[in-house]
Design a protein. Structure first.
Length: 133
């Protein structure tokens, strides 16, 4: 399918992207690509939802998760297709999101992330702004 308002290079890139992801997105189940030591979970859910999923994944498995508007990139010990699908299945339940302990831990992760995103953190502070001992 040609899109009239994009240039040739963009159309070529889009066609390659469609060819790469098309078969994955047409099959049933979660849209997961596994690679050496990592997984991509294509959700197309948007940044807010994907960040909530990120915190849930980290809470359950301690995996390193990077979220954007389209997918989650996961790395970590014990990450396999089966463990990822099991984690997704557990997060599909209301019980996971309504559990008070999970809610507390998820909120704490979100607050920590927000605080660090608004502060440069100790390793980025100038020497004059560090607390002196």
């Amino acid at each position: 399918m040609t899109i009239p308002y994009i240039d040739g290079a963009s159309q070529t890139a889009l066609d390659a992207f469609r060819q790469d992801l098309g078969p994955l997105l047409r099959r049933p189940g979660p849209h997961i690509q596994m690679g050496p030591g990592q997984a991509l979970w294509w959700t197309f859910a948007g940044g807010r939802i994907n960040h909530a999923l990120k915190y849930g994944m980290q809470l359950q498995n301690g995996w390193r998760v990077v979220a954007d508007n389209f997918r989650l990139r996961l790395e970590g010990n014990g990450l396999t297709f089966t463990t990822l699908c099991d984690t997704i299945d557990s997060m599909r339940t209301e019980a996971f999101w309504n559990d008070p302990d999970n809610q507390h831990r998820l909120l704490a992760r979100q607050c920590t992330t927000l605080l660090w995103s608004h502060h440069s953190g100790p390793r980025h502070m100038s020497s004059s702004s560090r607390v002196r001992q």
